[in-house]
Write a protein that binds this ligand. Structure first.
Ligand code: 0PR
Length: 378
């Protein structure tokens, strides 16, 4: 760091340059993030100094957090004082880490605990394993890329403390059989965490006959991320437990703050993200989100139809706005899409397919342009 500072204008020009090197979302089909809603940005900037790590100083923001938790509760069929059963995290990773940490703390009687989850679980669970030394057991998927229930059962032993199911897998947007996982969890007295980081802001706005949230009796905790399909700003995540006591398992004594306990993984925590999430959820309402999801699903269908017309099949019929396309030599096609046309797509691991996430920044003309370019490479 240099001794003397540089003027504001110069700083702004450096920032502008840096920003221009970043990718705009226009040709990004690989991300679960998007442009936040305008009202989310406005709220974020207004609460930029609010620290939820010391909420006694920010009772107004704290109150907004409770209101957001209540809205999460209503989306996820949680009727048991949701505002007392969770908090706003930095995102799916923190929520997943904390859900597992709560299980481990609750079952201190088990010395070498393990948790059973699908092979499709997000890599944040590998971080939990690395942090806590807990064993993560991964069950393979069935033909539809949902977790194989027989394999889940076979991995459970006397040291198993919980199960994880995914409502909207990162790679395929698939939903695990949460009701059946719940039956196993109830039968074996296990926790069941549902990772709806992505699906939490998609599934409630679709007419699907899936039961994946707190209305399923065995579900004990859920991850839901407003900074993905919720159109809030980064870092906005959500963690909700069925019971306050599971949140209490995360309690750490904080002797010199305005309150004497903390549940979050981070200390200092963004109040801006709280305000932003509150603002966009209140502003859009269910109706607004339904429109967003309808549009994303419409574009998803268009891309699948267009791909089929080129002789390319999806790995599974998309359940939500995530598509995996079976193209020959997917890695090479991905590279050429980027190098020759500037398209950012990603690749699924098993099978290796082109993965596209159809976020709200994708419109009709994006799809047409993309399919045109894909055709040139096939
Ligand atoms: N759970 C699920 C089901 C997820 O898909 C993700 C992230 C997480 C948890 C973790 O969430 P955070 O990243 O908020 O901690 N899924 C995306 C992924 O790994 C995240 C992402 C978003 C990656 C935007 C790239 C990107 O441009 O693919």
């Amino acid at each position: 760091m240099e001794e003397s500072g540089i003027p504001r204008d110069e700083i702004l020009s450096i920032l502008k340059n840096a920003k221009s090197a970043d990718t705009s979302y226009d040709r990004v089909l690989s991300s679960m993030c998007t442009y936040p809603h305008e009202i989310a940005v406005l709220a974020h900037t207004q609460f930029i100094e609010a620290n939820m790590g010391d909420p006694g100083l920010f009772p107004g923001t704290y109150d907004l957090e409770k209101k957001v938790l209540k809205m999460f509760g209503s989306l996820l069929h949680h009727n048991n004082d949701p505002e007392e059963c969770g908090y706003l995290t930095t995102g799916g990773t923190e929520s997943n880490i904390q859900a597992i940490r709560s299980m481990v703390n609750y079952r201190r009687d088990i010395k070498k605990p393990n948790v059973v989850m699908p092979e499709s679980a997000h890599f944040s669970f590998d971080k939990v394993a690395d942090l806590s030394g807990i064993e993560i057991r991964k069950a393979s998927l069935d033909h539809f890329l949902k977790v194989d229930l027989g394999l889940v059962r076979s991995l459970i032993d006397e040291n198993t403390i919980g199960l994880v199911g995914i409502a909207g897998t990162t790679e395929f947007g698939q939903i695990d059989p949460i009701e059946q996982l719940s039956e196993i969890a109830l039968e074996k007295n296990l926790f069941l965490h549902v990772d709806a980081a992505f699906g939490g802001f998609v599934l409630p706005f679709m007419d699907l006959d899936y039961h994946y949230d707190f209305e399923v009796e065995g579900v004990t905790s859920m991850t839901i991320d407003p900074h993905k399909m919720g159109l809030s700003t980064i870092p906005s995540g959500g963690l909700l437990f069925r019971e306050t006591e599971y949140l209490n398992d995360l309690e750490i004594h904080t002797p010199y703050l305005s309150i004497n306990k903390q549940y979050s993984l981070t200390g200092t925590r963004s109040g801006a993200a709280v305000a932003s999430t509150y603002a966009v959820m209140k502003h859009l309402g269910r109706e607004g989100y339904r429109q967003v999801i309808d549009q994303c699903m419409e574009q998803t269908e268009k891309i699948v139809e267009g791909a089929k017309a080129l002789g390319i099949e999806p790995v599974i019929d998309p359940v939500m706005n995530v598509v995996a396309l079976q193209v020959p030599d997917a890695d090479n096609i991905r590279k050429r899409l980027l190098d020759e046309f500037g398209w950012h797509v990603s690749i699924t691991r098993k099978p290796r397919a082109l993965r596209l996430v159809i976020m709200p920044h994708i419109n009709n003309s994006t799809i047409e342009l993309f399919l045109n370019d894909l055709e040139k490479l096939i």
